[in-house]
Design a protein around this ligand. Sequence first.
Ligand SMILES: [Zn+2]
Length: 192
Amino acid sequence: MPSQTVSQDDAETAVRTLILWAGDDPDREGLIETPGRVARSYRELFAGYENDPRAYLERTFEEVGGYDELVVLSGIRVVSFCEHHMLPVLGKAHVGYLPTNRVVGISKLARVVQGFARRLQIQEKLTAEIAGAIDEVLEPKGVGVVIEAEHSCMTLRGVNNPGAFLTTSRLTGVIRDDARTRQEFLRLARGE
Ligand SMILES: [Zn+2]
């Protein structure tokens, strides 16, 4: 990761420049506080650079009482930004795994999604990164990640196609290779 050498002031100046460039007056009353607000919002929306999301998965529970079925958390809110236009990518992630002998608190799965999403991303890479982190840290028998998202760069501008969703998936291990497990994951991911 590149080191943080840009100050809050530098970021605010950049937003001010964009306001001027758009054709407005950054000194008028309604806009005077805007560069500060934008920089603070971006700090929150790009908070994924501050942590390694794998760290959320490191506290696991080994007493699973013989549980050896799929664990699936569906409908996790995805708020990300496309790296090509810096416009929002909004959607849902469905994440599951088949544990070996370790499980993780379910809120941690959502945090992993959020940690990788709050960066400049492409959806394909985001999907693979979430699956890769779960695979690496929990070493389950298989991982499944499906993301469905609307890309503002396509729905608000350009081809202007509202309602178009991009679906990406990454399946590993038995969730990829065993047809029954895969179908079970996809059924639970759809919330059925
Ligand atoms: Zn884009």
